[in-house]
Design a protein around this ligand. Structure first.
Ligand SMILES: C[S@@+](CC[C@H](N)C(=O)[O-])C[C@H]1O[C@@H](n2cnc3c(N)ncnc32)[C@H](O)[C@@H]1O
Length: 318
């Protein structure tokens, strides 16, 4: 019945406890995690979309969490402008600066991509965790890791409003809710890691992302459809009634939208995107359809067993 999770939800109404529970998101407080995730997105994009997509100049991340590290890895790979869009301000300057220093070392040493031994739950899985020399060539890294550029990235973190002819720009927008925070058709790559399962209004969000993306831009999203520890079985969140779920959510501004894979696919297509890659992982160990709440009982076998998906989508396929 999820009693302990319901109690957790009720506790969010107590101001102090609620604040404590909303403290951290997990992954991006580790530079190695950020490095691993950025390179996974880049490698997946290269294999699905080809060379042209591997050097995005303007990037936007949804839900960076504890640090801006994944986007900083994007800047260290050559991007010039990075928008970080969140609804809670988890990241701060000192953590970002520490992560940046560690990332510079990882890129300079061309460290292999940290794999499942180190981050067992990180997705997508890759066929190889070698450093992607074919994408981040020596020539490209020499430019993107120059001391002047690293200094510009530091300055952009410390003083983001000082934009006078800086070669690098960072904008951390929290909360981002207004679609006017980014100019239409201005982004080359929009990405997110373990975020789209949390977004409350998915249809509106996908429509907004469509407007922001350049005509030849692309999106790269890793989505985790699991219960995030809120039930015994990985898909147990689909067994809760709407009322129970409301109690579990409590006062949190977001929790899980509980939408399965097919909802994302439908909304992406309705917004005008073409899905060019959807690397899914399946898990048959969870609840059966009969055990789900009435709202979810009609879901397809594919939805019931799709635990994660890495979705790459283009605005205007060529
Ligand atoms: C599980 S954390 C993932 C953080 C990070 N991407 C990582 O890989 O560790 C989910 C993040 O999504 C953010 N989030 C939730 N709703 C959002 C929304 N509507 N727009 C942007 N970010 C959102 C949360 O604030 C949080 O930073």
């Amino acid at each position: 019945m999820g009693l302990k999770h319901i109690i957790g939800g009720i506790l969010t109404y107590l101001p102090r406890v609620g604040k404590l529970m909303a403290g951290h998101t997990g992954g991006t407080s580790s530079a190695r995690y950020c490095y691993s995730i950025w390179l996974r997105h880049l490698v997946m994009a290269q294999s699905a979309l080809g060379e042209a997509c591997t050097w995005p100049r303007v990037i936007a991340e949804f839900g960076p969490g504890d640090s801006l590290g994944i986007g900083l890895a994007g800047l260290l790979s050559g991007a010039e402008k990075y928008y970080a869009l969140d609804v809670v301000e988890y990241a701060d300057i000192s953590v970002n600066l520490d992560i940046l220093d560690e990332l510079v070392t990882l890129f300079a040493q061309k460290e292999p991509i940290p794999d499942q031994q180190e981050f067992p739950f990180a997705r997508p899985l890759l066929p190889s965790y070698e450093f992607p020399h074919h994408i981040l060539t020596d020539d490209r890294l020499q430019k993107s890791l120059s001391p002047e550029r690293i200094q510009s990235i530091k300055e952009a973190l410390i003083n983001p409003s000082n934009l006078k002819k800086s070669p690098v720009e960072i904008r951390y927008i929290v909360p981002w809710y207004d679609s006017n925070v980014i100019e239409q058709e201005s982004i080359d790559m929009i990405f997110s890691q373990a975020v789209l399962e949390h977004i409350n209004d998915l249809a509106q969000t996908y429509a907004t992302l469509y407007c922001w993306l350049k005509r030849d831009g692309f999106m790269s999203h890793q989505i985790d459809f699991g219960c995030h520890g809120l039930a015994k079985q990985w898909n147990g969140h689909w067994a809760y009634s709407d009322l129970t779920w409301k109690l579990i959510k409590g006062r949190r501004s977001y929790l899980l939208n509980r939408e399965p894979y097919s909802t994302h696919k439908r909304l992406l297509e309705q917004s005008g995107f073409k899905i060019v890659c959807d690397a899914k992982t399946s898990d048959h160990s969870g609840l059966t359809k009969e055990q789900l709440s009435s709202r979810f009982r009609q879901m397809s076998e594919e939805d019931l067993t799709t635990r994660t998906a890495h979705i790459l989508a283009k605005k205007n396929p060529t």
